[in-house]
Design a protein around this ligand. Structure first.
Ligand SMILES: C[C@@]1(CC(=O)O)C2=NC(=C\c3[nH]c(c(CCC(=O)O)c3CC(=O)O)Cc3[nH]c(c(CC(=O)O)c3CCC(=O)O)/C=C3\N/C(=C\2)[C@@H](CCC(=O)O)[C@]3(C)CC(=O)O)/[C@H]1CCC(=O)O
Ligand SMILES: NC(=O)c1ccc[n+]([C@@H]2O[C@H](COP(=O)([O-])OP(=O)(O)OC[C@H]3O[C@@H](n4cnc5c(N)ncnc54)[C@H](O)[C@@H]3O)[C@@H](O)[C@H]2O)c1
Length: 217
């Protein structure tokens, strides 16, 4: 089942510092969680992230699962090239009710990683083959990215940003969900707002949406 995990403010440990660790760190960076990398070596890109204070680093040769009791993470991702160690970590994490993922063990992991098409961290499209062919997931991601980039316009992304703002206000202002839906749809199809978005006048478009909300009966 594809779900979206909320990791905001949570501690996530990544064990290992190679290419696979980097892939996992890059997707975690969008989640506003606290990332701690534990490894005996790290590649240059991870080094840069540490230098820029995006992630924390503990140089350590991991031999047992004591790091789980020490750091008490919400999630652990193990990416070492030592299959036995990865397995030990993932098993102990499960017994401690920590969400666990191992790059070399999809069967034991609590979640998997689809190929993702991302638009400004506002829209994500996932392609998943259920472990049948990650390489095909990547190929289809690259092909569909081209199509979706044509399909989803800059104006629609701006509309989404406005919807996000006025939707929150509407939750307090309009009691009935059905009415809120009508209001949000009216903003989406409002010609004046569409025109302002087209002209790049986003603040004016937002104010117009706010004004319609103020007068909504
Ligand atoms: C989609 C993507 C997302 C991401 O990684 O974030 C992703 N793998 C990608 C690429 C890729 N991975 C591998 C190759 C080489 C070809 C090959 O071996 O097949 C390529 C292609 C390349 O690199 O070009 C090797 C590989 N992958 C896995 C194993 C272990 C195993 O199968 O046991 C091994 C063998 C390791 C070894 O041999 O040591 C397992 C998984 N890989 C998954 C995701 C999950 C299933 C997703 C699905 O089914 O759709 C799953 C189950 C992991 C999980 O649980 O999350 C990302 C593309 C991102 C993009 O560019 O968009
Ligand atoms: N899921 C996927 O899509 C996918 C893709 C490629 C590879 N993999 C798997 O991911 C694993 C890692 O791949 P990689 O390319 O990052 O490998 P790598 O060899 O580049 O990196 C392994 C890292 O783990 C660290 N490490 C190893 N033993 C350690 C220990 N005891 N304590 C601390 N750190 C330790 C190493 O220092 C290194 O930084 C492999 O097992 C591979 O099979 C999965």
């Amino acid at each position: 089942m594809i779900v979206n995990l909320n990791l905001q403010g949570k501690v996530v440990i990544v064990i290992g510092g190679g290419n696979e660790a980097l892939k996992r760190i890059n997707s975690l960076l969008k989640e506003e969680c606290q990332i701690i990398v534990i490894s005996n070596t790290i590649n240059n890109q991870i080094k840069n992230l540490i230098k820029n204070k995006k992630i924390k680093f503990k140089k350590q040769n991991v031999q047992d699962t004591s790091i789980l009791s020490i750091h008490k993470p919400y999630m652990v991702i193990t990416t070492t090239n030592d299959k036995k160690l990865n397995q030990k970590i993932i098993n102990d994490a499960k017994s401690k009710k920590i969400i666990a993922y191992s790059s070399d063990n999809p069967e034991l992991s609590d979640f998997s990683n689809p190929a993702i098409i991302d638009f400004e961290n506002l829209i994500q499209i996932a392609i998943f083959t259920g472990g049948k062919s990650p390489a095909m997931a990547k190929k289809l991601r690259i092909e569909s990215e081209r199509v979706f980039k044509k399909l989803i316009t800059k104006e629609e992304i701006s509309q989404m940003k406005i919807q996000n703002i006025v939707r929150e206000i509407a939750k307090n202002k309009i009691a009935k969900q059905n009415e809120r839906k009508n209001y949000l749809n009216s903003i989406m199809s409002n010609k004046e707002i569409k025109q302002l978005i087209k002209e790049g006048q986003l603040k004016k478009a937002e104010n117009q949406a706010r004004s319609i909300l103020r007068n909504w009966k």
